[in-house]
Design a protein around this ligand. Structure first.
Ligand code: ASP
Length: 416
């Protein structure tokens, strides 16, 4: 029987570390394996975002009702993701998991002109609009690609008949092809991780792993707070339904998310739990959940923010308040752009790194490699958070449309 991918990755990690300890500097011979893997991951970012966001938005449909449902759905996604990011931001600033993990000889250049975050929030929004979407794609300016994909998706919703169908299919089928490619690349993770870890250990030693341990604890605590406190509060606030009953209704989808690490793979189970156990209508379920699986990723959003703050702390890279605001916004966009497949969130972290000028920093790249090595358990957990938030969103929208849901018992009934 073939070992599961996450076990392969753990073993590759151990082998990489062992190899570096035995071979010392000579272990750097394996470094190109890591670099090739990283380049493959970066290679798919632009096509992945273009196809996933355009399809997600285009699938909103075009009638007025769909517009209203879409607005409510997107409003919930924005709210829940921003709350998740704020949890990540607060915890990372409190726990400071990266402090003390200074990478000898790898610190960020103190040259602050490297920072790309010129000026204000207004600037960030203006810079999001590409003057030439193809140039933005060619130069890997992902924010521009995201903006273009959103407006293109909207334009497609306005078309009817053949053109609508053709373009929707074109982007959807391309998206499926890119997903296949993504899965293929992720299968190479053990080889890539071996190269990345042997380089990390050969150049930075084990101090790094202590910091990564604190990083894992920080992310896991953030995900726990969001899953068991923030999401239940949102459900209570908007619907008065009992969160415990909601968790019970969603349990098989949550278990599937945990074992597949993929919101996309879990989607059929999420849909059937939301429709059969929660009682959301097929109409609302079908609109909100596929969109949510692609665009609403609270766990991923939290992770993007906390991960980049961790890297900046570990490198001793100073972040201004404006940088932190940028990180919050870009982490949200990155979570929207992340595909619903294993480790997609890790690929997206480059966007957030770029936004604060750490995209090409060798220390940052090495840390991302180390984070990849321990990513699987975090990925499993953030996927659970992602799909649970989707289900809360569907429930909130259904409730706001006057649907009576079929949980065994709501808080209101209990109180009566
Ligand atoms: N695996 C996550 C999901 O499918 C995405 C991520 O890597 O954060 O929801």
């Amino acid at each position: 029987m073939r070992l599961k991918l996450h076990w392969q990755i753990f073993i590759a990690m151990g082998l990489g570390a062992g190899f570096a300890l035995l071979a010392g500097e000579k272990a750097l011979i394996a470094a190109p394996l890591g670099e090739i893997f990283m380049r493959l991951l970066k290679m798919i970012i632009v096509p992945l975002i273009l196809t996933s966001i355009t399809t997600g938005v285009a699938q909103l449909g075009d009638s007025r009702t769909l517009g209203r449902l879409g607005a409510k759905t997107l409003g919930y996604y924005f709210l829940s993701s921003i709350l998740a990011i704020l949890v990540g931001l607060t915890l990372t600033n409190l726990i400071r998991p990266g402090v003390g993990a200074q990478l000898v000889g790898m610190q960020a250049s103190p040259d602050v002109s490297q920072l790309q975050t010129s000026g204000s929030l207004g600037n960030l929004i203006i810079r999001m609009i590409p003057t030439n979407p193809f140039a933005a794609a060619a130069e890997g300016e992902v924010l521009g690609v995201i903006f273009f994909s959103i407006v293109l998706g909207f334009a497609i919703t306005k078309l009817t008949g053949k053109p609508h169908e053709f373009l929707l299919n074109l982007f959807d089928y391309s998206f499926q092809a890119i997903m296949r490619l993504t899965r293929g690349i992720i299968r190479l993770a053990p080889i890539g991780v071996f190269g990345l870890i042997s380089k990390a250990v050969a150049t930075a030693g084990f101090g790094l792993f202590k910091a990564v341990g604190m990083y894992m604890i920080t992310i896991a605590s953030g995900l726990t707070i969001h899953l068991f406190i923030i999401l239940p509060l949102l459900l209570l606030l908007f619907t008065r339904y009992n969160p415990l009953l909601h968790f019970q209704a969603m349990s098989s989808a949550m278990a599937t998310a945990f074992s597949t690490s993929s919101s996309g793979a879990t989607l059929p189970v999420t849909m059937s739990c939301v429709e059969k156990n929660v009682g959301v209508s097929n109409r609302i379920m079908k609109l909100t959940l596929p969109l949510g699986a692609t665009m609403n990723m609270d766990g991923t959003a939290l992770y993007e923010c906390a991960g980049v703050l961790f890297i900046a702390q570990a490198l001793g890279f100073p972040l201004t308040i404006m940088d932190q605001v940028t990180i919050v916004l870009v982490a949200f966009l990155a979570s929207v752009g992340a595909a619903a497949v294993p480790s997609a969130g890790l690929v997206m972290i480059f966007i957030v790194l770029n936004a604060v000028g750490l995209g090409d920093n060798p220390g940052a790249l090495m840390l991302v490699g180390t984070m990849l090595a321990v990513d699987r358990p975090l990925d499993m957990y953030r996927t659970v958070v992602n799909i649970t938030s989707d289900s809360v969103g569907a429930t909130v929208v259904a409730h706001s449309e006057g649907e009576k849901l079929t949980y065994p018992m709501t808080l209101d009934k209990r109180a009566a």
